[in-house]
Ligand binder design. Structure first.
Ligand code: AOF
Ligand code: ZN
Length: 378
């Protein structure tokens, strides 16, 4: 590699990384489509610069490429397109993006990942190459798989990506029974949690969390209120009531109550009146069968689920090996010390992490520690 090539590889990496960062903006908003970004870059001899950008629109269409191309018009001629996913090759609800890039006169395309969608899977790159366009595929690495984790999980296993979020003290205390809102982490961690909510398609809690905390489970970050995910409550015993926030706000924000078919008619009527959708489930003993539930959520187009409530729910998801990633918040200045009477204990502690997971990232939010735990590869 001569120094010119090295320089050009570093420039490609920089623009692609920028595109991947930008793609996080529409995470949780593109339905069954991944959030893809296309950056159009020109170099007229005095260094490269971005002339336009597009991101997969809310709901999944239009795709990123036509949005970016529409922004720049004829300046696309001779430009390089940095696209976080292989441009599509199929005639779907929009024409194939690979062809749209060719027609616009783009001469180079740099992508981060081959699209696992069978309709594309290498055909997008081949279409471009057959038209004489230089295609460079850079390993997008963790950043690429992270921004598309829901999409990639769905494509590989037909199940949503499951993130388990837990907040606990060093001793593994998550709260105190019958005592509402025991402070475990600080305001910065809370804001991060709300950002996580915005990035997921659905947020899931057990009925125990509803009965003890009556949470709204919305994203309350200024300007991001409209990014609140669908809410899912595991409620095998039909205990949700009209005055619970999740029920009373269901007309404004989709809410699913997961309960078996034989629940009382008047309870179902109450849910329907408030706009809560009941999703039938199978029971595994007295508990909701979680793998089947994930199948049902996948069928509804939910690609990512954040499991946020209850040590029991967390334990069940872990036991059944349904968790892809754990975001573990460890409070630096919790309201409780040691292990108080009636403590709600987490299924694991920061010193004794669940088997099969490793620390991928260590972050600090205020005085709290946040560990991102991923499955050990292989
Ligand atoms: C792109 N650019 O921005 C996105 C792509 O139902 P359709 O027609 O929208 O097709 C969905 C597929 O399109 C999806 O499975 C994935 O292969 C691709 N997504 N492709 O070129 C984009 N979001
Ligand atoms: Zn496309």
């Amino acid at each position: 590699m001569n120094s010119n090539d090295e320089n050009s590889a570093a420039i490609d990496r920089r623009y692609l990384d920028a595109a991947l960062r930008l793609a996080r903006r529409h995470e949780g908003m593109t339905g069954t489509n991944p959030s893809v970004v296309c950056l159009l870059v020109r170099d007229d001899g005095e260094g490269s610069y971005i002339i336009g950008s597009g991101i997969t629109a809310r709901g999944g269409r239009p795709h990123a490429e036509p949005i970016a191309l529409a922004e720049v018009g004829s300046s696309a001629k001779g430009a390089t397109a940095y696209v976080t996913l292989e441009p599509c090759a199929h005639h779907g609800r929009t024409p194939p993006c690979a062809q749209t890039l060719i027609d616009a006169g783009v001469t180079r395309v740099v992508t981060a990942i081959v699209d696992p969608d069978a309709r594309v899977n290498g055909k997008g790159h081949a279409t471009l190459e057959n038209a004489g366009i230089e295609v460079v595929q850079i390993d997008g690495g963790n950043a690429a798989s992270r921004v598309m984790q829901g999409y990639l999980k769905m494509r590989s296993s037909n199940n949503p990506f499951v993130t388990l979020k837990l907040a606990m003290t060093n001793e593994g205390v998550m709260g105190v029974r019958d005592k509402q809102q025991v402070r475990i982490t600080g305001s910065e961690s809370k804001a991060q949690t709300h950002l996580m909510r915005a990035r997921h398609d659905a947020i899931l809690v057990g009925i125990g969390t509803v009965l003890s905390d009556d949470p709204g489970l919305t994203c309350r970050l200024p300007g991001l209120e409209a990014r609140s995910p669908i809410r899912v409550v595991l409620d095998a015993g039909a205990l949700l009531e009209a005055q619970h926030q999740l029920v009373s706000s269901a007309h404004a924000l989709p809410t699913f109550a997961i309960a078996p078919n034989d629940v009382a008619r008047n309870w179902q009527d109450m849910l329907a009146k408030h706009g809560v959708s009941r999703l039938a489930c199978e029971l595994d003993g007295a508990h909701i069968a979680l793998p089947e539930l994930l199948d049902d959520l996948a069928a509804k187009g939910i690609q990512s689920v954040m499991v946020e409530g209850g040590s029991k729910v967390a334990e069940s998801f872990l036991k059944e090996n349904l968790v892809d990633e754990i975001m573990l918040y460890v409070g630096g200045e919790p309201e409780v010390t040691n292990i108080p009477k009636d403590a709600v204990i987490a299924p694991f502690t920061p010193d004794n992490l669940p088997e099969g997971f490793e620390i991928r990232e260590e972050l600090r939010f205020g005085s709290d520690l946040c560990l991102r735990l991923c499955k050990v590869a292989g």
